[in-house]
Design a protein around this ligand. Structure first.
Ligand SMILES: [Zn+2]
Length: 63
């Protein structure tokens, strides 16, 4: 167990809760969620193309 790391994260959360208003906390949550959504939205076609190219490289035609 690494209790030091857990305490550090807990302290950071406590500091954030003391220095940020609930609306700021919500704004950060929305911001993080939108970034995560954007990353998935951008990367999904790239992964699709990579798999598509891999199928062609393997000699499997799909169109
Ligand atoms: Zn194809």
């Amino acid at each position: 167990m690494n209790t030091t790391q857990t305490e550090t994260v807990h302290d950071r959360v406590a500091i954030a809760q003391e220095t940020m208003t609930p609306s700021q906390m919500a704004a950060v949550g929305v911001f993080v969620a939108s970034i995560a959504f954007a990353l998935v939205f951008v990367q999904e076609p790239l992964i699709h193309d990579a798999m598509h190219n891999f199928r062609h490289a393997a000699g499997i035609t799909c169109h």
